[in-house]
Write a protein that binds this ligand. Structure first.
Ligand code: SF4
Length: 358
C-alpha cells in the first residue's frame, strides 16, 4: 500500500534540495508578480489615468473589471510574462489573456461555473476521473498566472487536500483500482508545489505498481521558465513511472527567450512534452497566429497536442470563437504545416468518454 511519510515538511520546506538559492529563485520571482490590471497597463506605458489611454480603452471597448470580479479571481502576472508583451499595445495577445475586463461580470446563456463537469467527476477528495484508466489530482489551487479564460476559475479548491497527510485517502483509492494506469497532476498548477512536496507526492504515486505514467499539466515552463531547474528535471526523471509533460502556450510570442530554453531543456532531458492551447478571440483566432504558435513549438521539440474550443465557463464568453471558425482555421493550418504540427481541435463535453474531436 502506497503511503506518504509520517512526518511532513512544512508547506515550502525545501530541505534536501541541493541548490537552495536556485530553488527559491522562481518563488522569489513569483512574489514580485503584477497584481492589478491598472499596474499591468502602466507597465506597458498605458497609464489608465492619462486621457490618451482612456481614449484608447474606449475605442477598443475595454473597461477594466470591478472589485467584485477581482476579489473572486485576482490578477496575477509574472514579470517574465509581462516582458514578452509589446509596449503600448492594448491588443497584445499576451496582455489579452490576463487583463481583467468588466465583460467577466456578464451573465451569458450557456456559460456556467463548472462547464467541464469537474464536480460530477470527483471520485474522492483531490481526485477526479473522467476517462478510463486515468485520474486527475487537484494537486494545488495555486497558479503562477491567472488566465482570464480559466476553466477552473470557480473550482472549490478549499474542499481539496492541502496538507500532505490529507492525500492518503486519494492514494488508497488509486492503489485499490488496478485499472488506473496514468495519474495526471493538475490543479491549479502542480509545478507550484515545492520540489520536496512534489517529490513526496510523486514517490507515493510511483510506489503504486499499476501506475505506468505520471503526467503533469502545467503552464509554469511557459510563464515562469525559471521553474525548470536541474533539480526539477532530476526529480521528474527519477521515477519508475514514465513522466509526460503537457504545457500550455496559446501564442507564438510566448515562446521566446528563457521560455524557449526551458522547453528545450525539458525535451532534451527525454521527457515527452506536448502543448495544449485554447482558441481565444483576440489572442490566436487567425491562421497566422496558430501557425506561429505551432512552428514555435515544433522548433523546440514540443508537439502541438490539442487546440481546445473554449470551455463555456461563466465570465469567459468574450473569448469564444465559434466552432465553425475553429474548424476552418485548423483546415487552413493543415495546408501550411506538416501533419504532426497540427493540433487536434477538441472540446471537453461533460459525461463523454473522451475529448470530442470537432
Ligand atoms: S494556468 Fe491553467 S489552471 Fe491556472 S489560471 Fe491558467 S488556465 Fe487556469
Amino acid at each position: 500500500m502506497s503511503s506518504v511519510p509520517d512526518a511532513f515538511p512544512a508547506n515550502n520546506d525545501v530541505s534536501g534540495v541541493s541548490s537552495l538559492s536556485q530553488q527559491l529563485g522562481w518563488q522569489r520571482e513569483l512574489a514580485q508578480s503584477i497584481r492589478s490590471g491598472e499596474e499591468l497597463l502602466r507597465r506597458l506605458g498605458l497609464n489608465p489615468d492619462d486621457l490618451r489611454t482612456q481614449q484608447m480603452l474606449q475605442t477598443a471597448g475595454i473597461q477594466l473589471a470591478d472589485q467584485d470580479i477581482l476579489r473572486r479571481f485576482p490578477v496575477l502576472v509574472p514579470e517574465n510574462f509581462l516582458a514578452r508583451m509589446t509596449h503600448g499595445d492594448l491588443g497584445d495577445p499576451l496582455l489579452r489573456q490576463v487583463l481583467p475586463l468588466s465583460d467577466e461580470s456578464l451573465a451569458v446563456d450557456g456559460f456556467v461555473p463548472d462547464a467541464v463537469g469537474d464536480l460530477e467527476a470527483r471520485r474522492t477528495p483531490g481526485v477526479l476521473q473522467k476517462y478510463a484508466g486515468r485520474v486527475l489530482l487537484i494537486a494545488t489551487s495555486a497558479c503562477a498566472i491567472h488566465c482570464r479564460y480559466c476553466f477552473r476559475r470557480d473550482y472549490p479548491y478549499a474542499e481539496e487536500p492541502r496538507r500532505l497527510q490529507d492525500w492518503q485517502p486519494a492514494l488508497d483509492e488509486i492503489a485499490s483500482d488496478s485499472s488506473i494506469t496514468e495519474v495526471i497532476f493538475s490543479g491549479g498548477d502542480p509545478l507550484m508545489l515545492s520540489d520536496s512536496r512534489l517529490q513526496i507526492l510523486c514517490l507515493a504515486i510511483d510506489q503504486i505498481p499499476h501506475v505506468e505514467r505520471i503526467r503533469f499539466h502545467t503552464r509554469l515552463p511557459i510563464v515562469l521558465p525559471s521553474r525548470v531547474t536541474a533539480e526539477l528535471i532530476a526529480l521528474l526523471t527519477g521515477f519508475r513511472a514514465q513522466p509526460i509533460m503537457v504545457v500550455h502556450a496559446n501564442h507564438g510570442n510566448e515562446l521566446v527567450g528563457d521560455c524557449k530554453y526551458a522547453l528545450q531543456t525539458l525535451v532534451r532531458s527525454g521527457i515527452p512534452v506536448l502543448n495544449q492551447a485554447v482558441l481565444l478571440a483576440g489572442v490566436n483566432d487567425s491562421v497566422e497566429a496558430l501557425e506561429a504558435l505551432c512552428r514555435g513549438l515544433i522548433n523546440v521539440g514540443v508537439m502541438p497536442y490539442y487546440l481546445h474550443q473554449l470551455d463555456r465557463v461563466s465570465g469567459t464568453a468574450h473569448f469564444e470563437v465559434n466552432r465553425e471558425r475553429g474548424r476552418q482555421l485548423i483546415q487552413q493550418l493543415a495546408t501550411r504545416l506538416p501533419g504532426y504540427a497540427v493540433p487536434r481541435f477538441v472540446q471537453e463535453i461533460p459525461g463523454e468518454p473522451n475529448k470530442t474531436a470537432l
